[in-house]
Design a protein around this ligand. Sequence first.
Ligand SMILES: Nc1ncnc2c1ncn2[C@@H]1O[C@H](COP(=O)(O)OP(=O)(O)OP(=O)(O)O)[C@@H](O)[C@H]1O
Length: 230
Amino acid sequence: MALLELKGVKKIYQQGKVEVHALRGVDLIVEEGEFTSIAGPSGSGKTTLLNLIGCLDKPSEGEIYLDGEEIGKLSKTELAMLRRRKLGFIFQNYNLIPVLTVYENVEFALRLLKEYKPKEIRERVMEILEGVGLGGLEHRKPNELSGGQKQRVAIARALVKEPKIVLADEPTASLDSETSKDVLEIMVKMNKKLGTTFIFSTHDPLVMEYAGRLLKMKDGQIIQDERREK
Ligand SMILES: Nc1ncnc2c1ncn2[C@@H]1O[C@H](COP(=O)(O)OP(=O)(O)OP(=O)(O)O)[C@@H](O)[C@H]1O
C-alpha cells in the first residue's frame, strides 16, 4: 500500500449560501521518500489539498489513506494523534514560539509525543540541529535569527520526531533566492538521509526545480503530474 492515497477527493466550502468547489475530484498516490511539489495559480486548491493531507480538515467526498488508515473514519482525537506522530509541518512564516530558544522550539515537538526519555530528547534535538546546520545556535531566540535560520529551525522541528510526511506550505515565500536555495538543499539532504517524504505547495520556480515530482493544479484538479530524474 502506498504511503498516501487520495481517491476521488472533493472539498466544498460553504460560503453563506454559495458553495465553493475547492477540490473537484483529486486522485493521487504518493510513495515513501518522494520530494513532491504542488504548483498552480492562486485559488487552484493547493492549500486545501495540503490541509486535507495534513488531517487539518476532512474531505467532503472521497477517501484519503495515510499509512494504511482512512482518515475520514478517524475521530478528532485519533486525527490529532496521527498528525502528531506521522506528520510534520513547515509554514511560510515559520510559526516558531518566540519566547522559546531554538533548542526548546525543537524539543517541544518531541515532548508533545510523550514517548522519549530526557536523554533521548537531548540527543535527538542536538543531532537534528547539527543536521540542519544550526549547531551552536541552540540558545538563540527566534528574533535573533535570520529568515533562513528560522526556517531551518522549523525544518528541524518538523523532522525531529521522524514523521512519515513533511508538509510545507510555501516554505520559501519569505526568503530571498540565495537563502531559499540553502533551505531547499537542507530539505533534499534530510529527504535523502531520513527517507522522509516531502510535499510542498509553492509558487516558487526554485522549489519546482528541486522537486523530484511536480504536480500542477488548476480549478481544484491535478492537471499535470511530472516526474524528474534526480
Ligand atoms: N475556509 C474557506 N471557506 C471558503 N472558501 C475557501 C476556504 N478556503 C479556501 N477557499 C476557497 O477555495 C479555493 C481554493 O483555495 P486554496 O487556498 O486551496 O487555493 P491555493 O491554490 O492554495 O491558493 P494560493 O496560491 O492563493 O494560496 C479558493 O477559491 C478559495 O477562495
